[in-house]
Write a protein that binds this ligand. Structure first.
Ligand SMILES: Nc1ncnc2c1ncn2[C@@H]1O[C@H](COP(=O)(O)OP(=O)(O)OP(=O)(O)O)[C@@H](O)[C@H]1O
Ligand SMILES: [Mg+2]
Length: 474
């Protein structure tokens, strides 16, 4: 059964309080009882010792006056009036006792008697019918020559002690009950007060859905645990809102990107249909249509790649990939293209470095970066590639002296469909997906991708990947 935090808090609080109060009561009563007993024992011991001197003659005989009480009174005065006194012979037979014992005697158990025979003094609490419980000392009278000649017993009623404890409990127990009831009520109330913001947060959080992600929890709580919970939830909603916006934006961009070639395609077809049907025109229309289909194909393929990577992140194939070989292959691929567009492409440094990952994806990462560098570098410019180890990571740099990227655009170039110059890049054929794919690949390999650029001067893209030895296969 699930109890609310409020119930549990109150329960634990009250249980703890009850246990502490009872524990305190027990410890206190026990100490008090010990103190009382100590005092009673002291008193009966001194009376018993005096009795020894009274009844034992120097000759070793036991002197017992006829009127035992008179002797008692003469020697001990009023003080003994409360004590019950009894003298027994060595066999345990009562020889004399104080009159307040009336027709009863102080009991002596076998154990106590045997202890006395051995010369040991005993203290015990005994009960006599019709009287209060009594504390009794049993003191053997020992003579060196004869051994034990008599036993003195002195008792004191525990009436006073019993009364003290009775009145103590009659106050303490109701006090505990009252304290526990009050504490439950106050605890219940305080728990409610403390947990009220949680209930508010729950209510508000329940109202926030996909449609109103712009809303935030606004409750006036200090920066305590609950305040931090609220602001954490707010941050989470903010991230959700951002992701939602990105998805919406992405869908809009993707549709838009695909719509343009489709519109062009449609236009071409209509013109071809309306035309005179001359083979030259038809061929031109078909060629142009094929271009648009290629473009659409390119976009769809890239979109598919991105979607696949989003899903596959965990399940990427992990094999040893030789980065230097991958770089050389890409270099060979672009050499011709670069030459044609008058760009000097070169590898400055290429070390043999191995990373764990997906051969195809890493090839794609290098392809996109070199493709951009060549694409955005005008005639006569340079593109330099390098691979080296830095701080235990493999570092690939693609550096160009091309058009560069302005500081305003730089933060967005990794966003999907982001292109700096929309009009110009359409000629070059880009869809604005290349760099977002690169970033995705670098990160899914446990690495990073950074861009540094200055408009008009050129750009440097840096990929850092963990080396195979350090990372190990997943
Ligand atoms: N080396 C570079 N020099 C200057 N600008 C660059 C460079 N690389 C990327 N950019 C800018 O960043 C934008 C985004 O690059 P990205 O590779 O994502 O898209 P794209 O090259 O336009 O298209 P795609 O790669 O999908 O064919 C580019 O449109 C371009 O404006
Ligand atoms: Mg690109």
């Amino acid at each position: 059964m699930a109890f609310s935090i409020r119930t549990r808090l109150t329960f634990w609080y009250v249980t703890l309080l009850t246990v502490s109060l009872i524990g305190f009561g027990v410890a206190f009563s026990y100490s008090l009882f010990k103190i009382f007993m100590y005092r009673v024992d002291n008193q009966i011991t001194s009376v018993a010792n005096m009795m020894v001197h009274t009844v034992l003659k120097p000759t070793g005989q036991i002197f017992l006056p006829n009127d035992f009480d008179i002797i008692l009174e003469r020697f001990f005065g009023i003080r003994t009036s409360g004590n019950y006194i009894q003298v027994l012979d060595a066999h345990g037979t009562v020889l004399a006792k104080s009159s307040n014992l009336e027709n009863t005697t102080l009991p002596i158990s076998q154990d106590t008697y045997h202890a006395a025979l051995k010369g040991l003094t005993s203290y015990e609490v005994v009960s006599i019918a019709g009287k209060y419980p009594m504390r009794v000392i049993t003191l053997p009278v020992i003579l060196n020559q004869k051994g034990m000649v008599a036993i003195i017993q002195v008792g004191d009623s525990l009436e006073g002690v019993q009364e003290v404890f009775q009145s103590l409990f009659s106050i303490y127990i109701p006090a505990i009950i009252l304290a526990v009831i009050t504490a439950s009520a106050v605890g219940w109330f305080l728990a409610r007060k403390a947990l009220k913001p949680v209930a508010e947060i729950t209510d508000m959080a329940r109202r926030i859905g996909a449609e109103n992600l712009n809303e935030r929890l606004n409750i006036a709580v200090p920066l305590d645990e609950i305040g931090r919970l609220a602001s954490t939830i707010n941050e989470m909603i903010e991230r959700l809102e951002k992701s939602f916006k990105q998805i919406k934006q992405f869908t809009a961009d993707a549709s838009h990107e695909l719509k343009t070639p489709l519109t062009i395609l449609k236009g071409e077809m209509e013109i071809a249909l309306r035309g005179k049907g001359e083979p030259v025109h038809l061929k031109e229309a078909l060629r142009s249509s094929l271009e648009e289909i290629d473009r659409m194909n390119y976009i769809v393929r890239n979109l598919l790649d991105l979607a696949k990577m989003d899903v596959e992140r965990e399940a990427l194939p992990r094999e040893k990939v030789s980065l230097d070989r991958a770089l050389t292959e890409r270099f060979e691929h672009f050499r011709r293209l670069a030459l044609d567009s008058g760009v000097h492409l070169a590898i400055l440094r290429n070390r043999h470095l191995v990373v764990y990952g997906d051969q195809v994806r890493i090839g794609q990462l290098l392809f996109n970066l070199i493709d951009n560098a060549v694409k955005y570098t005008p005639n006569g410019g340079h593109v330099e590639l390098s691979l080296d180890e830095e701080d235990g990571k493999a570092v690939v740099r693609v550096k160009d002296t091309g058009v560069g990227i302005s500081a305003e655009d730089l933060p967005y170039i990794f966003d999907r469909f982001y292109r700096v110059d929309k009009a110009r890049t359409r000629d070059v054929g880009g869809a604005g997906l290349g760099l977002s794919i690169c970033k995705e690949i670098a990160e899914s390999h446990g690495g990073t991708l950074e861009a540094a650029s200055e408009a008009g001067k050129g750009s440097t893209f840096t990929v850092r990947l963990p080396l195979a030895d350090a990372a190990g296969p997943a």
